[in-house]
Design a protein around this ligand. Structure first.
Ligand SMILES: Cc1ncc(COP(=O)(O)O)c(C=O)c1O
Length: 360
């Protein structure tokens, strides 16, 4: 029985040719970020209509670097707990305090009303996660940030191609962090990017580029200076070349994800499921089930791989606190993620829907 994968990158000859071209060039990486990396940044800049873009080697690196641009030491960064742990780790990495906020039960994104309740003098940044690619309450969060003069940094790891992240169409945070991990809508072996939307974007991009390459600046021949602490966070040429090909088809592959999500939304008989929003990139589609272990086991026996996104961060040993986030905790027990990627065949989708409905 052929397994229906939860995630599966969509590739063809164009990615193979790109890899071969880079392999044969013997130019595989450079901290300076020329070559394919610069080309990818230029293309992604055009695509998102942002002001500057800095490519890095993961979504985690993007978050770490983005928060390093704010002095968050002993200050609070408001984040959801229903996310990949990097969202919170980036706050700790920069000396800040993660302030977990509960989510909206309909979207599983941070609830703006609950954000308002925890904003204090210590709040430096609000960092929403566009869960599954849904950016529907970004406008409200953006308004809150402006009113309270708090920076908006977005974790858009799931949201490459979500319409709200195109500035021509919707609102946009100061810094937006993307992940191009192989499971993501725009897949690379490993990769990430920060898009910048501030008036001083050129200055910010210059500092970020220095920080992504160990702090190296003013490079002239063999001489250089180091003005900031930095890390080995630069993107390699293979990733960038693959990314350029992936970006060309992103709208098309996202459209297929959207069609798959629409089918789930219309045909799954469960009440508790991801809403349909035509602006969403549908990195996955979520449903909620009570007897999750049994449900997932039965689907796997029929060759259907599902996922859990996520175990809430505030429940991990490192983050354990007395904080109660009732909706996040309930979702953490019930959520199951289903595949939306464009490699799913029509009959696979029908099989998944049939199995889910049988169980519900
Ligand atoms: C919401 C979220 N934030 C951050 C990351 C980190 O991205 P990466 O795996 O590219 O470091 C991920 C990826 O899993 C993610 O899903």
């Amino acid at each position: 029985m052929k397994r229906i994968k939860l995630f599966d990158p969509s590739t063809n000859e164009s990615e193979k040719n790109a890899i071969k071209r880079i392999l044969d060039s013997h130019f595989w990486a450079s901290g300076g970020g020329g070559g394919e990396v610069q080309k990818f940044e230029e293309k992604f800049l055009k695509y998102t209509n942002s002001k500057s873009c800095v490519a890095v080697n993961s979504g985690t690196a993007a978050l770490n670097l983005a928060l390093s641009m704010y002095n968050i030491k002993n200050k609070e960064v408001i984040i959801p707990s229903l996310s990949f742990v990097s969202t919170a780790n980036a706050v700790i990495e920069n000396g800040g305090i993660p302030k977990f906020v509960d989510i909206d039960e309909k979207t599983l994104c941070m609830d703006p009303e609950k954000i308002l309740k925890v904003i204090s003098k210590k709040t430096k940044v609000i960092l929403p996660v566009h869960f599954g690619g849904l950016t529907s309450n970004l406008g409200e969060i953006s308004k809150l940030c402006k009113e309270h003069k708090i920076a908006l940094v977005e974790d858009a790891a799931h949201a490459a191609g979500s319409l709200h992240l195109n500035k021509k169409i919707g609102s946009h945070g100061e810094l937006v962090c993307f992940s191009f991990h192989p499971v993501k809508n725009l897949a690379m072996p490993t990769g990430g990017l920060i898009s910048i939307n501030t008036n001083d974007h050129k200055k910010i991009a210059k500092i970020l580029k220095e920080k992504r390459w160990c702090g190296i600046s003013n490079r002239k021949g063999d001489d250089y200076d180091v003005k900031n602490i930095g890390w080995n966070y630069y993107m390699n040429e293979f990733s960038a070349a693959i990314g350029i090909e992936q970006l060309k088809k992103l709208d098309k592959t996202n459209l297929q994800r959207k069609k798959n999500a629409k089918k789930y939304f219309e045909q799954i008989s469960l009440e508790e499921k991801m809403p349909f929003d035509k602006e969403c990139s549908y990195h996955f589609y979520w449903i909620r089930v009570k007897n999750r272990t049994k449900f997932r086991k039965e689907l796997l026996e029929k060759g259907i791989q599902t996922g859990i996104h996520y175990k809430p961060i505030h429940q991990f040993s490192f983050y354990k606190s007395k904080i109660k986030l009732p909706i996040t905790e309930k979702i953490g027990r019930e959520i199951v993620t289903l595949p939306t990627h464009p490699n799913i065949q029509k009959k696979d989708l029908e099989k998944i829907i049939k199995m889910v409905n049988k169980f519900s």
